[in-house]
Write a protein that binds this ligand. Structure first.
Ligand code: URA
Length: 259
């Protein structure tokens, strides 16, 4: 979509999306669409690279630059290197119960939008990819049917790379331990725009003190990149009427990317 989109077109997109999401129909949509596991950056892992598997792998041996250099961007030599570092991270207790880290997936080359969620759930922990569970399916439906964008053109990551036990909310010290990774990831990927999903992502990226319901739908900024904080798709799944707010925020994003 290159041209400026008109308001009535946006309304039409909204109606299309509501059609998909009118619960029973949304279930049907999920049945039609197998869970995709093809979004991770796919290159071969070197057999000499240490143990824990990561969705983002590399052929070259990692060169981890000394971590006493300033700033997240100077600490890792490449995105692949960063993913390896994450896959082997033991900086908080979540490493003890994880199966796989869910690093990120999608277009790593200055995508129009980078979506940042909370953290892996059971499916993400099993596959090592973000947003492969039901919340991801809702998000992808909104992207494809609402924004008319292809998910593979965008990038997806989380503020926490390991699944918290029983899917509890991440603790402050876990968010703190992991934040260097999302900072570095954003720096490598250089998205044109960021959408945060849910309160923990908005707290980390936008440094908000208020609840997500107060700040959602308001443009914020992260190091010169525009950020739209919105509610989490898992919340929308639990509270269907919240899809209206979710879509209102998506409309602002749509307007911004089609300016
Ligand atoms: N899956 C993710 O990868 N992140 C979320 O925040 C929720 C589900």
């Amino acid at each position: 979509m290159n041209n400026k989109i008109q308001n009535d077109e946006i309304t039409k997109l909204y109606e299309n999306w509501l059609g998909v999401d009118s619960y029973i129909k949304f279930d049907e949509y999920l049945k039609e669409k197998p869970i995709l596991s093809s979004l991770a950056v796919s290159t071969e892992v070197s057999s000499s690279v240490p143990t824990i598997e990561s969705p983002v792998t590399t052929q070259v041996m990692p060169v981890i630059v000394s971590s006493n250099q300033a700033g997240p961007e100077s600490m890792y030599s490449s995105l692949e290197n960063l993913a390896i570092k994450v896959a082997n991270c033991t900086d908080c207790k979540l490493c003890e119960s994880r199966n796989k880290t869910a690093f990120g997936s999608g277009n790593t080359n200055r995508p129009k939008i980078m979506f940042i969620g909370e953290g892996p759930g059971i499916e993400e922990d099993r596959t090592g990819e973000p947003f492969v569970g039901p919340a991801g399916q809702l998000l992808f439906a909104a992207i494809e049917k609402g924004l008319l964008m292809k998910r593979e053109d965008l990038y997806f990551a989380n503020v926490i790379k390991c699944r918290p036990p029983e899917d509890r909310a991440p603790l402050a010290q876990e968010l703190e331990a992991c934040r260097k990774y999302i900072d570095a990831q954003i720096n490598f990927i250089k998205p044109q725009l960021i959408v945060t999903l849910g309160a923990p992502a908005a707290k980390v990226i936008c440094d908000i003190k208020e609840g997500i319901t107060k700040v959602r739908g308001t443009w914020m900024e992260y190091k010169g990149i525009k950020v739209m904080p919105t509610i989490h798709p898992a919340y929308v799944l639990r509270n269907p009427p919240a899809k209206k707010d979710f879509w209102e925020d998506f409309k602002l994003v749509l307007k911004e990317v089609t300016k």
